[in-house]
Design a protein around this ligand. Structure first.
Ligand SMILES: [Fe+2]
Length: 247
């Protein structure tokens, strides 16, 4: 089993899950590399019950040259595919923005964008970034009317103090974990934060089928079994939908 034990209840995740972090758009980063792979991953998301899917190609000029035309072209293909095959699926476009000193300027000149039409920016940091730097960038984004959704918080070596994590929340940041966070070295801290309702979003950060991330359906069932169905609905549906509506 993906999480080491057989889920008991509920037997099925509901239809209507929300995925706010994935690399499914073809040919724009280290995610899907062909249209066929992109369509296959959209099928996977749909089969998991996802009905709101936000593509978040990396915006990290040091690693990936941003290609706005290619993103627009792939997004148009994805929309056409979904309209033909999965008409009740809603698509959105954003970026996973690697936070740098010039991020505010890049948001202003629209080199990168928030999630869909919202003001929320999926914000990624280097794994060794200090807490004070994460805090400083959080304050900076909030000062221009943007809300950071800090990506995969389980990955940051220096983000271990629960009081500091709560300080980021009290400032206004939202917190995202990947489905694999429940298997990570920080699983105790992550479980505590989920129990306390401090996590806003679980996403699968999907790049391919081969990387083996637990999918959203398996993760929903795990969370529902361990923390209760209300917690699972909040993490996979209600809070991510609220984020898309933070305009
Ligand atoms: Fe990502």
């Amino acid at each position: 089993m993906l999480f080491g034990k057989k889920p008991k209840a509920p037997a099925e995740a509901p239809v209507g899950l929300v995925d706010l972090h994935c690399h499914i758009l073809a040919g724009v980063d280290d995610g899907a590399h062909s249209d066929e792979q992109m369509f296959d991953l959209i099928r996977l998301e749909y089969s998991c019950g996802v009905r709101h899917l936000c593509f978040t190609p990396h915006f990290n000029p040091a690693l990936f040259e941003p290609k706005p035309d290619k993103i627009a072209e792939s997004y148009a293909k994805a929309r056409a595919f979904v309209q033909t095959n999965f008409e009740d699926m809603n698509l959105y476009l954003g970026n996973e923005v690697f936070m740098r000193p010039d991020t505010v300027e890049r948001l202003r000149d629209k080199s990168c964008k928030p999630l869909g039409d919202s003001r929320v920016v999926l914000s990624e940091f280097h794994p060794t970034t200090s807490y004070s730097e994460i805090r400083m960038q959080t304050v900076k984004l909030l000062s221009i009317g943007r809300t950071p959704l800090i990506a995969h918080i389980e990955r940051y070596d220096k983000l271990n103090d629960i009081d500091e994590i709560y300080e980021l929340k009290s400032l206004g940041a939202k917190l995202q974990i990947n489905t694999e966070a429940f298997l990570s070295q920080k699983k105790k801290l992550i479980s505590k934060l989920v129990e306390q309702g401090a996590i806003d979003v679980v996403a699968d950060d999907r790049h391919s089928r081969e990387r083996g991330e637990p999918d959203l359906k398996a993760s929903y069932i795990y969370v529902a079994e361990k923390f209760g169905e209300a917690a699972a609905n909040a993490l996979f549906i209600r809070r991510p939908l609220n984020i898309l509506n933070m305009i």
